[in-house]
Design a protein. Structure first.
Length: 228
């Protein structure tokens, strides 16, 4: 009888042990599932963060190129219209803001915000040789729908065109050519004088009126200043 009682007493103990094993297994499964979900979520967040940074860099690169072409175009347009330095700067800001106003559309973004530039946020500097450089730190924001956010953009450009120097040389030659009798020799001499600066001079007859064209041979074609 004592033996039977001992054997019979193991049944409740075994049942409790089995329940304990099941609970432990269930807890382990839940733990693995939770850990797996956390790993998946963390991976998704990292991917979203990388994508957010990539988009911010893409927008920054596009604005840098826009700024560079805006500087070149503004100097060219101002030169053709015999406008001054202030008008060049106004044109640059206007062209940048035109691009910002269009905006950007990327999927899975809650917000893409890039502020407009003004005379305070876009620093424009003129070098002694007439080149123009521009720099701006924009308080931009890129927010992914899953949370990751990137803030701030830096845009900078300094193309080689020398607007003020070209303008000065063109006006100087336009005044000097009035007192010369041999236009062809004058053009040859002007090119020899300014060759070391990388400037090329062309004199043409525009309906009886001489037209002086000065080209920066180190810059993009089209960086011209005309002085009649």
């Amino acid at each position: 009888m004592p033996f039977l009682e001992e054997v019979g007493g193991t049944a409740p103990v075994l049942a409790v042990f089995m329940i304990f094993v099941l609970l432990c297994s269930w807890a382990a499964i839940l733990g693995f599932q939770s850990s797996g979900q956390q790993m998946v979520f963390a991976t998704q967040q990292l991917a979203a963060a990388d994508f957010t940074r990539a988009v911010a860099l893409a927008v920054e690169g596009e604005l840098n190129e826009t700024l560079r072409t805006s500087l070149i175009a503004s100097m060219y347009e101002a030169g053709r219209g015999t406008e001054n330095q202030e008008r060049v700067e106004q044109r640059v800001r206007s062209k940048i803001n035109e691009r910002i106003n269009i905006g950007w559309e990327y999927s899975n973004f809650r917000e893409i915000f890039v502020p407009f530039v003004d005379e305070n946020s876009l620093t424009i500097e003129w070098s002694p040789d007439g080149r123009i450089c521009a720099l701006s730190y924009l308080d931009a924001k890129f927010e992914h729908i899953t949370g990751p956010t990137a803030n701030g953009l830096k845009i900078h450009a300094c193309p080689p065109q020398r607007f003020l120097r070209l303008k000065h040389v063109a006006e100087l030659l336009a005044n000097q050519v009035k007192f010369t009798e041999n236009i062809e020799n004058f053009e040859i001499q002007a090119n020899e004088n300014f060759m070391c600066e990388g400037l090329a001079v062309k004199i043409s007859d525009n309906g009886g009126e001489l037209l002086i064209t000065v080209l920066d041979v180190f810059g993009a074609k089209g960086a011209l200043v005309h002085a009649e």
